[in-house]
Design a protein around this ligand. Structure first.
Ligand SMILES: [Mg+2]
Length: 412
């Protein structure tokens, strides 16, 4: 099963996506997601200039060997650009192996451990009535777990509020929150940690009063707090029984979670910006987190994601893979196969893609009764319509950034 052709396809139906398509000498095709939100073309260049020439003629069956070859032979390891490129190759090889075997990828990973994946949606609103409407819409769509993000009094624009970004992803796309805006420059948002900390516990109290104690509720701090601020927030949110508090502190400083952990029993999730098992190793071994937030696209693919989760299983750490729309349908399918197979699945983030995206990427994963399932087609179960993809050329888009009231740049 030699690799005969390797193409890098860039398309921007509702947002930018980078996809690697491998074709074998027998005409089988495999897809891999290489989308790195806001830095897409760096991965395109990495793949085209430095990876595609290495793939031609290789045996597509040798997934582990190819992964190790790309990771170790580069010498300059890790980092989001490198690992997104390696991830795309890894996913495409699993897709090919599944098609060659006539089996969905989850069968190759050990078979299904559950009927489907509990998935959470993103409810948001600047004010409570708008937030409550958004929660009701998600419940009506079948979500059984919901992330809660709100505005903060005095702040004009902050992370996670859909209404501020309704025009961002392009017209009719059904984004609950799509922060990457098309344009030549990133948009500036504003931030005040003290105002946020004063406001948020009351929001969760109101949501629990309105919707009751059963529904799992999540919240994303988006890396904006110091350890002691995060500890205070976790403690104050305890009465509202969160499923998790995500990215409470900047992820680079992993030691800071020791302090947070000493002060609160609110479950912690972190790691959507991590690239390898090495970023998670100490957090898992010391049980400083409850959920691992890596994404298949940013973690180097299915192979290392499965290994990281098997390691995490020894410490009762569960999965919570990053899954907004910057993970393409190929990436979503890939991590759904992993989630279905592993024992220590926790929850899957699921922000549904827009209509144009769904015309470019023909998916076979299903969403029923609040559960995602990758489908039973051989491979990953996603095909890319090249003609449709060609209608949507790349458009420059950036994630926003934050400034404090005095002009200081802050984590977004
Ligand atoms: Mg997040």
């Amino acid at each position: 099963m030699r690799i005969d052709k390797a193409e890098v396809i860039v398309t921007s139906p509702d947002r930018n996506f980078v996809t690697l398509k491998l074709t074998t000498e027998d005409g089988l095709t495999g897809l891999g997601d290489a989308t790195l939100n806001g830095r897409e073309l760096a991965v395109v260049a990495y793949l085209k200039e430095h990876v595609v020439p290495l793939l031609l003629g290789r045996d597509a069956h040798r997934i582990e060997d190819t992964w190790q070859f790309l990771y170790r032979s580069a010498y300059w390891r890790r980092g989001p650009v490198t690992m997104a490129a390696v991830a795309a190759v890894d996913m495409a090889l699993w897709d090919l192996k599944g098609k060659a075997a006539g089996l969905p990828v989850y069968q190759l990973l050990g078979g299904a451990s559950r009927q489907g994946l509990l998935a959470y949606g993103h409810a948001s609103g600047k004010e409570l009535p708008e937030l409550f409407d958004s929660v009701r819409e998600h419940l009506d769509e079948g979500y059984r777990a919901i992330r809660i993000q709100t505005g903060v009094p005095g702040l004009k624009a902050i992370y996670g509020i859909a209404s501020q970004s309704a025009d961002a992803g392009g017209g009719e796309a059904r984004y609950d929150h799509e922060p990457a805006r098309r344009g030549a420059l990133p948009v500036q948002e504003d931030w005040d940690t003290r105002a946020y900390l004063r406001h948020l516990p009351g929001v969760f109290e109101a949501v629990r009063n309105e919707f009751g104690p059963e529904i799992p509720l999540l919240h994303d701090g988006h890396h904006r707090l110091t350890p002691i601020q995060a500890a205070k927030l976790g403690k104050e949110l305890e009465p509202y029984d969160l499923f998790w508090l995500e990215d409470c502190t900047p992820a680079e400083n992993q030691e800071s979670l020791r302090l947070v952990r000493q002060h609160t029993t609110t479950p912690l999730a972190i790691g959507e910006v991590f690239n390898t098992i090495w970023d998670f190793k100490d957090l898992i071994r010391e049980q400083l987190i409850d959920y691992m937030r890596g994404a298949v696209t940013h973690m180097g693919g299915i192979t290392p994601l499965k290994k990281t989760m098997d390691y995490a299983a020894m410490y009762q750490v569960k999965s919570g893979f990053h899954g907004p729309t910057d993970i393409s349908p190929v990436g979503m399918a890939a991590q759904a196969h992993v989630g279905l197979a592993i024992h220590n699945f926790g929850i899957q983030e699921y922000m549904q893609h827009g209509a144009k995206t769904n015309e470019v990427f023909h998916q076979s994963y299903t969403w029923e009764n609040g559960l995602l399932h990758p489908g039973t087609k051989p491979g990953l179960g996603v095909e890319l319509d090249v003609d449709e993809a060609g209608k949507y050329p790349y458009e420059q888009a950036y994630l926003p950034y934050n400034r404090l009231a005095d002009g200081t740049i802050h984590d977004w």
